[in-house]
Design a protein around this ligand. Structure first.
Ligand code: NAP
Ligand code: MG
Length: 401
């Protein structure tokens, strides 16, 4: 069999712990035998980030801006325990945070559906993709505990010195205060990423805020989305037969529970934090959830939604058998390869990505799966496989296809 050829390399960001082990296995068993894999490799493993003073993360993000498509393995975000464990020079920042800031991107999370792992919500037949705005609001707030009676005001001083004031509340006793902000440019980037992703994946886009109560703050989100839609996306949406749907957040929550799925749900930062955990756990498992960072300029970074699966890695180091689910990491690779194929016009690459995903799903649906899925499946005849054997079974299915 002739090996699939690529033109432009993917940016490959290696990572940590158990997912680093899976990364290698996926390449050896599922990619290299079938294709002439071209990547520009960056080692984002914690040791390498420490050696390069985290320059490797910045280099990888710049390479992504240059080449357009990246695939990333899960990485450790260091805390005090990790500083000691790895003898770090300092507590390096989250690589995902660094990359997200450089790409100015929005994260889209999509569950991978298989027969035998049913969502808790019976009517969800298709995936719901959650898009979370990752800047501002309560995550960049200023807070105060009010000690006693007094007047609280919002004060804005423009760079030319002119001021705007607004009374928040006149306290007659102790209380609390919070100040939040967002910027039009960040909201516009978020909106563009969402509209682009909807066009890309040919799905409806839902967006919701509380603009009836928050007549300036939330209303600005609504207005920016609507204006960008009307001026830049309406025609394309209509041509593709997809819709942009705006409603109030409480109405959206009620409708999502009754919906069949198959759409993108764009959420403000806090709503996205809360709703993504609800949606992902209702769909079954973090190990079956993919994640892609999309920049408004059309740059893509694919990864799994879960972390480095530290507990399994320590078992692996002790020589014990692990049964770690590699599906989300496999789908990070297929997502990146498919996008590369689309951008370079290589139909075979897109077809290979589709086939590898189909082989992965077929393997699970035939009852061969890792332990995390075996615990929640409704299938009767199940074979629980270890990390390596699961990947080998997918290879066998792929070869048979
Ligand atoms: P985690 O790696 O997502 O794992 C938490 C638990 O979820 C695991 O112990 C395991 O449960 C289960 N799990 C997650 N993925 C699984 C998989 N693929 N197969 C089977 N079970 C899976 O989260 P964590 O342990 O809190 O974090 C570990 C490290 O990952 C941290 O250093 C954190 O900074 C990093 N992290 C990175 C990213 C990223 O790079 N995107 C995201 C989140 C966390 P059982 O132990 O019960 O089997
Ligand atoms: Mg959260």
């Amino acid at each position: 069999m002739e090996k699939m050829q690529m033109r432009t390399p993917l940016v490959e960001m290696d990572g940590d712990e158990m997912t680093r082990i899976l990364w290698q296995m996926i390449k050896e068993e599922l990619l290299l035998p079938f294709m002439d894999l071209k990547t520009e490799y960056y080692d984002l493993g914690l040791a390498s980030r420490n050696e390069t003073d985290d320059q490797v993360t910045v280099d990888a993000a710049n390479a992504t801006l240059r080449l357009g498509v990246a695939v990333k393995c899960a990485t450790i975000t260091p805390n005090a325990a990790r500083v000691e464990e790895y003898g770090l020079k300092e507590m390096w920042k989250s690589p995902n945070g660094t990359i997200r800031a450089m790409l100015d991107g929005t994260v889209f999370r999509t569950p991978i559906l298989v027969k035998g792992i049913e969502p808790c919500v019976r009517n969800w037949e298709k995936p719901i993709t959650l898009a979370r705005h990752a800047y501002g609001d309560v995550y960049k707030n200023a807070e105060m505990k009010v000690p006693g009676a007094g007047k609280a005001e919002l004060l804005f001083t423009a760079s030319d010195g002119t001021q705007m004031r607004e009374v928040i509340h006149t306290f007659d006793g102790p209380g609390i205060l919070q100040g939040m902000h967002n910027t039009e440019s960040s909201i516009a980037s978020f909106a563009k990423s969402c509209f682009n992703y909807a066009v890309d994946t040919r799905q409806d886009l839902w967006f919701a805020t509380k603009d009836t109560i928050s007549k300036k703050y939330d209303h600005t989100f609504k207005d920016i989305f609507q204006e960008i839609y009307d001026t830049s996306y309406k025609e394309t949406f209509e041509k593709l037969g997809i819709t942009y749907f705006y409603t109030l957040i409480d109405d959206a929550v009620a409708r999502v529970m009754k919906a069949k799925g198959g759409f993108i749900w764009a959420c403000k930062n806090y709503d996205g934090d809360v709703m993504s955990d609800m949606v992902s756990s209702a769909f079954g498992s973090l190990a079956m959830m993919t994640s892609v960072l999309v920049s408004p300029s059309g740059v893509y970074e694919y990864e799994a939604a879960h972390g480095t699966v530290q507990r399994h890695y320590y078992k692996h180091l002790k020589g014990e058998e692990t049964s770690t689910n590699s599906v989300a990491t496999i789908f990070a690779w297929t997502g990146a390869l498919r996008k590369r194929g689309e951008l370079d016009g290589i139909a075979g690459l897109v077809a290979f990505a589709d086939k590898l995903e189909a082989a992965t799903i077929q393997t699970i649906e035939s009852g061969r799966m890792t332990k995390d899925l075996a615990q929640i499946t409704s299938l009767k005849k199940v074979t629980v496989l270890n990390s390596q054997d699961f990947i080998r079974e997918i290879r066998r299915t792929l070869e048979a296809m």
